[in-house]
Design a binder for this molecule. Structure first.
Ligand code: RP5
Length: 168
């Protein structure tokens, strides 16, 4: 399954090992929508469709992609194998698993060998993965930088408001 959200060349690839990961991974897409960043969503598995992954990750840079967000659960090799096949940054999202509560996913993604990093967020935290992607893109785009700065201001204001309510 591949879904491209708009006509612009996708700069972020959102991939996941199974369509069962979609409920979590769609959070990343929603964040990128908020920041008007073009992305492509695909289900690709390191185990079930390794040749497709090789093709996808191997051509990502040439296709204009700048960051890949990869979510997987259990024996979660997708982010690591993707990182091995490309030099663009890969952000891994460990997906909650029924048997080991996502700890298997987290450890599989975070324990990469030296030389092939995967920036790993918390279990099911696809939202943070997308925000990190936005921050990386902001380094070379002043418009995105302004947007992320204003997002942070709103976050701080909301927190101050909650604090005020507690004090009252
Ligand atoms: C992983 O196995 C996927 O990323 C998913 O989190 C998990 C279970 O996949 P399904 O059996 O639901 O397809 O590869």
């Amino acid at each position: 399954m591949t879904k491209q959200t708009n006509d612009a060349t996708p700069v972020v690839g959102i991939i996941m090992g199974s369509d069962s990961d979609f409920e979590i991974m769609k959070e990343a897409a929603l964040v990128l929508d908020e920041f008007n960043i073009a992305y492509q969503v695909s289900v690709i598995s390191a185990h079930r469709t390794p040749k497709e992954l090789e093709q996808y990750a191997g051509s990502a840079k040439e296709r204009g992609m700048k960051i890949i967000i990869a979510g997987a659960g259990g024996a979660a090799h997708l982010p690591g194998v993707t990182a091995a096949l490309t030099v663009i940054p890969v952000i891994g999202v460990p997906i909650f698993s029924k048997k080991l509560n996502g700890q298997d996913s987290l450890y599989s993604i975070v324990q990469m060998p030296a030389g092939i990093p995967v920036a790993t967020v918390g279990i099911d935290n696809a939202r943070n993965a997308a925000l990190l992607a936005v921050q990386i893109l902001a380094l070379s785009d002043t418009g995105i930088m302004k947007d992320i700065e204003s997002f942070r201001e709103k976050l701080a204001d909301a927190s101050k408001l909650k604090n005020k309510k507690i004090q009252e």
